[in-house]
Every structure is written in structure tokens, then in C-alpha cells.
Design a protein around this ligand. Structure first.
Ligand code: SF4
Ligand code: SF4
Length: 473
């Protein structure tokens, strides 16, 4: 990563503060964050938590508004049903999402991590809040962690892990509802354990995993696991807006003395109170400059602003700013890289919109039945057998009829007319009969075209091959 600070000694980048010299875990007990930005983050997280827990309950025309049914490869977004046949739309959607993340990160750093990432939201706004409520602030937590097992410690630990377990299970159930739908989850909960043993086992494993993540592994997800975090090194540049320490204003740092003229004694505005480090959930010192561990949670901004107010100094010693803004005092500028990424994003968004608007509601796939050649019938016609698969993405039943468009022959579906249920798919077989006299080519593979219709309206035209014997005209 580009150096983004006045610091010459970069040795702090050689190790992470959450792992001790022996390679063991250095457990972080950050001080309880408070301040204007924290209150805003709380509001954002309440909205996101309400969305996560509430969305599976919202239905549109009998189906969930959102569903990520990986098992049956059926997805619903804003009420629109997507099938594996729409994979190309997903591919473009994923590409658009990745470019969006890149543009977002180049411009605004790791804002997503601190304000919207589920890991941070659950850890900082749910599990850590419960921990502060049960174990107290950082000092009390450290004291409790270092103490031997007393009745008080035992009670607090049992209470905390029981609540953690309950919430983790609720998250696991909600995740299941996003995948199979809330009705399926409720049905499963009403049934006996033996009827859904594999589903219950999966849910228990997920619950245990979540308890492990939110009670022990915690910020290590952001620091050493998350691939997005690793990308920061290549995405951030001097113009990216990140949580930054204004070293021009803060240095040289020095202790606070009431009534002292700091400029006159050669001190910058940083009073070296270390409040920014104490509140940091990844245990870093933001005064060292932008670091991979920083999740832009803004806790240090609130903590430093509180120190500035107490010391009678202007707020904003730590703030959202780019390195260039701090070193030059300039405002944010769009650079060529940002313009280029934005242009690609606009193009992809336009293409995605086009795909969504032109997506077929009913899709048919027809293939000649493998392994069969042709049949010569008593009435002198020749027939070929075909397989048809129809996907109905609408919420209404779709009757499907077929017409031979290229030749005067006929089509026969032995099982009768095809009717595909709403948001469902159906498969069938049919014969195409051709009169050899009307086949222009006398042998081999004859190209034919079949029209697929529903409610009398054309759905699509499909080109196929009809195999015929060598027939002399
Ligand atoms: S340095 Fe500040 S913004 Fe970054 S993780 Fe620590 S407290 Fe949050
Ligand atoms: S909170 Fe502000 S004043 Fe205190 S050490 Fe951090 S940067 Fe310096």
C-alpha cells in the first residue's frame, strides 16, 4: 500500500496487534464507542438489521419478495423470479457488483466495512452491545477476563453465552429463511427433529460457527480472513477518502496542559491521550496512517472529537479525508482511475437494465431426443421425436402450444397440451411429422423452425434439425 502518513518507521506493519509475540491471540477489549458518528451508525445498523430479519416475512403475490433458493436454483429479487436460464443476467449482475465495489472503495475506502458489512453490524451493534451490557466497559471486561472463576464470572459468562447462542440461532434460522423461505422454516420448526435431521444438523453447525465467530474470532475475520480487506492494498490511493489522522495538525504530539499555548511550546493538536487506540475494535493506532486493519468504523473520530472538545481544540483531528487532502489541504478530486471505473460501471448498469427489461417471461428449450433417428409411418410421413422443457417465470399458469413454421407438416404431443404452472417448469415430448414430398432436401438433416406460443402470443421461434431418410422425389 502506498505510504499515507508522515511516518518513516513502518515497522508497525510487520505484525498485527491482535496476535501476540508467541503467536497466540491478543484479545481486544475496545472501549465503548459513543458520539455523533456512532449514533448515526446505530441508526444505519437498525435499518439493516430490520431488513435482514424482516425481509423473509415480506411476500409479493404469495412468494417472498427476496429468495436465494440455491438448492432449487430459483431466485427472487424484488418479486422477479430468476431461474438457472437467467445465469447470464447473474453474471452481469456480479460483474456490476464487483465494479461497484471497486469504484466505491477507490472513492470512499472501507466505508462498507464499518457501516454496512454484516460482520461489523452483528459484532459491533449486536454481540458487543450485549457484552458491554453484561460485562461492562473495557476495563471491567479486562478485569473479568483476568480473574479466576468466581460465582459472578460464572454467572456473567453463562448469561452472555446463552444470549449469544440464542441470537446466533436466530441469525441461522433467518439465513435459512432467505434460502428456503420463511414458510418452509416454520414448517420445519413445527415438525419433529427426526423428520428434518439433516436440516437441524446444518442449523446447529451454523449456529455454533456464528457463536465462535462473534464470541472469539471477531475482528480476525476483517484482519486476516476477508478477501475484500486484502484488496484495500491495491484499491486505495492518495485520493481515497478514509478515516485519517491529520498529522499536519496533530504532530508533534504532546500531553495536554490546561491553559498552555500548544503552538508556542511546539506541540501539535494531538494530546496523545490514546483514546483513538482504546476504542479501536482492531486495536490499531490510526496515527500511524491507513492500515489494512482499519474498517473505517469511525469510533476513533468520535473519541478524538471528545478529546478535542475537552481540550478546547477544534474537532476533526481524525476525520474522513484523503491523504492528498491532508497533505495539501485541497478538496476531493476525481482522478482518471475513478472516472474510468465510473464509466465502466455506468455501461454495465445500462447493459444490466437492458437485460432485465428484455428478459423472456417464458422460456422454452427444445432438443431432438438423443439416440433416435426417424420413424417412417403407415401414412408415408416421416416423424422425429423431440424433448421440450419450458420454464414459466410468471405468477400465472402458462398453456404452451407449438406450431411448425417452416414446413406444412404437423406436431403431435402424446401427453396432450402442455400447461406450465406459475413460477414452475415442465418437460414433455412431441413428434414432428413431415410429408417426404414436401421436404426440399432429399436426405440427411433438414432444418426446421418451430414456434412456441402461449395464450396465442408468440414466445419464441426455435431452429431445429429434422432427420429424414434418403427420399427420391
Ligand atoms: S482506526 Fe478508527 S476507524 Fe479504523 S478501525 Fe480503528 S477505530 Fe475504527
Ligand atoms: S484521540 Fe486524538 S488526541 Fe488522543 S491520541 Fe488519538 S489523535 Fe491524539
Amino acid at each position: 500500500m502506498e505510504q499515507t502518513t508522515y511516518q518513516q518507521d513502518e515497522s508497525f506493519r510487520d505484525s498485527i496487534n491482535t496476535i501476540n509475540q508467541q503467536g497466540g491471540r491478543a484479545y481486544v477489549h475496545p472501549r465503548k464507542p459513543k458520539g455523533k458518528l456512532h449514533r448515526r451508525r446505530l441508526v444505519v445498523s437498525w435499518v439493516l438489521l430490520a431488513t435482514f430479519f424482516g425481509m423473509p416475512w415480506i411476500k409479493y403475490q404469495g412468494d417472498p419478495l427476496f429468495l436465494i433458493d440455491i438448492i432449487h436454483r430459483r431466485f427472487i429479487f424484488f418479486g422477479l423470479i430468476f431461474w438457472p436460464q437467467d445465469t447470464y443476467i447473474f453474471a452481469v449482475l456480479m460483474l456490476t457488483f464487483i465494479v461497484f465495489i471497486v469504484v466505491f472503495t477507490v472513492a470512499l475506502g472501507r466505508l462498507w466495512c464499518g457501516w454496512a458489512c454484516p460482520q461489523t453490524i452483528f459484532l459491533e451493534m449486536v454481540f458487543r452491545k450485549i457484552e458491554y451490557w453484561i460485562d461492562g466497559d473495557a476495563a471491567s471486561q479486562k478485569r473479568l477476563a483476568a480473574s479466576t472463576v468466581t460465582a459472578e464470572k460464572f454467572f456473567r459468562r453463562v448469561l452472555k453465552f446463552s444470549i449469544f447462542l440464542l441470537i446466533a440461532h436466530l441469525i441461522a434460522l433467518t439465513l435459512a429463511a432467505w434460502v428456503v423461505g420463511v414458510d418452509a422454516v416454520l414448517t420445519m420448526l413445527r415438525q419433529s427433529l427426526s423428520e428434518n435431521i439433516s436440516a437441524f444438523t446444518g442449523l446447529m453447525i451454523l449456529t455454533a460457527f456464528l457463536v465462535f465467530i462473534y464470541s472469539w474470532f471477531r475482528e480476525q475475520v476483517c484482519v486476516i480472513l476477508c478477501p475484500y480487506g486484502r484488496l484495500q492494498g491495491v484499491l486505495l490511493d492518495r485520493n481515497s477518502i478514509v478515516v485519517a489522522y491529520d498529522y499536519k495538525r496533530g504532530e508533534p504530539r504532546g500531553g495536554f496542559r490546561k491553559g498552555e499555548d500548544r503552538a508556542a511550546v511546539g506541540k501539535g493538536d494531538c494530546t496523545d491521550c490514546r483514546a483513538c487506540i482504546q476504542v479501536c475494535p482492531t486495536a490499531i493506532d490510526i496515527r500511524n496512517g491507513t492500515q489494512l486493519e482499519c474498517i473505517n468504523c469511525t469510533a476513533c473520530i468520535d473519541a478524538c472529537n471528545a478529546t478535542m472538545v475537552r481540550s478546547g481544540l477544534p474537532k476533526g483531528l481524525i476525520r474522513f479525508a484523503s491523504e492528498r487532502m491532508i497533505s495539501t489541504g485541497n478538496r476531493l478530486r476525481m482522478n482518471a482511475r475513478l472516472w474510468a471505473y465510473s464509466a465502466v460501471l455506468v455501461l454495465l448498469l445500462s447493459f444490466l437494465t437492458f437485460l432485465l427489461f428484455t428478459r423472456a417471461d417464458i422460456e422454452a428449450t427444445i432438443l431432438r431426443t438423443p439416440g433416435l433417428l426417424y420413424q417412417q409411418n403407415d401414412d408415408a410421413t416421416i416423424s422425429n421425436l423431440y424433448n421440450i422443457k419450458v420454464v414459466n417465470k410468471t405468477r400465472e399458469e402458462a398453456p404452451v402450444t407449438l406450431k411448425l413454421l417452416s414446413h406444412p407438416g404437423r406436431i403431435l404431443m402424446p401427453s396432450g397440451d402442455m400447461v406450465v404452472r406459475a413460477a414452475g417448469k415442465s418437460e414433455s415430448v412431441f413428434f414432428v411429422y413431415l410429408d417426404p414430398q414436401q421436404i426440399s432436401k432429399t436426405s440427411g438433416k433438414i432444418p426446421i423452425r418451430i414456434g412456441v406460443f402461449s395464450h396465442g402470443a408468440p414466445i419464441e421461434e426455435i431452429d431445429l434439425t429434422f432427420v429424414a431418410p434418403d427420399v427420391k422425389k
